[in-house]
Design a protein around this ligand. Sequence first.
Ligand code: NDP
Ligand code: OXD
Length: 312
Amino acid sequence: MANGALLFQSIGYPLELWTPHLSRLRPDLDIRTEENPGRADQIHYCIAWKPKPGSLAALPALKVVFSMGAGVDAIVADATYPRHVPLSRVVDPTLSQSMTEYVVMSVLYWHRRMHDLQSLQRLRKWRQIASPRAENVRVGILGFGALGQAAATALQALNYRLSGWSQTPKQAQGVTTFHGREGLEPFLNQADILVCLLPLTPGTRGILDARLFASLPPGACVINAARGGHLVEDDLIRALDSGHLRGATLDVFATEPLPETNPLWVHPKVVVTPHSAAATDPAAFMAHVARTIARVDQGLPPENLVDFARGY
Ligand code: NDP
Ligand code: OXD
């Protein structure tokens, strides 16, 4: 019998999609929900996505918090988060695969002028549009971590010219790497298609702004699959309307769901998707939770720990 309960908190998804996977792996685990949390001092593990501020601080016996997503900004933003409790995030091949699919789809869409071809189809116009060869298209990945590196590997197989930007120096075969603030400008200057896969932290909030867009080559395209807080929406609209940027694919927004009145919905150079680039796979996530609980029971540290000083 596990000597502590697990609480599902504010996950925003139907629980029945998730709990059976964990119950199968750990039938002994006392799984509780927000509706019936029981005694707070019995809860050792908590699964959270966008927890109410203060709610984790109210659990005095917590050993680990599991973020249901790769991005932990909504959890780390809670100033009352009990920092002595390790926060474990999702790093998983199924998530990397989904994000890779989204990034490859979006890069090909802008590279192969799909947006223009669809406009021509609506006008019943038979006109061919040439695209450069992939080896002449420079794709820059802003945030060269678990997801960025997985996407880069797939894009390399299609012959794109890859670069990556990270906080610390990185080496990756066939990828030109840049890091830190001083590496940002040269990285941007050579990115025909920019893919944002950064975590949202005080250092990256609002990074996709007028200054950054001005540093991209004319005709560049932007793909944001990270967080809406990275993007200054008005700056993007201005850069698109001026013709400096050719197009944008946006999966994430400052306000989600994207309000009906938001001009991005109908902008002729924007593709909107509803935060669906890469969803956490319930079976894979619960396998990670069960594995981590087993590790903690053996006195080992949890996997995929968030560094609170860095914020990701
Ligand atoms: P990682 O932590 O593995 O990678 C983050 C990368 O960003 C690292 O390379 C890191 O540098 C870099 N980075 C962070 N801060 C800075 C900075 N200030 N300057 C330069 N580089 C920086 O994260 P993941 O790849 O797992 O996930 C990335 C994000 O994708 C998540 O935080 C989440 O917001 C988003 N996401 C979106 C989904 C969707 O459906 N739209 C689904 C899943 C995730 P270094 O390597 O040096 O630490
Ligand atoms: C995540 C997400 O961070 O789904 O995993 O956005």
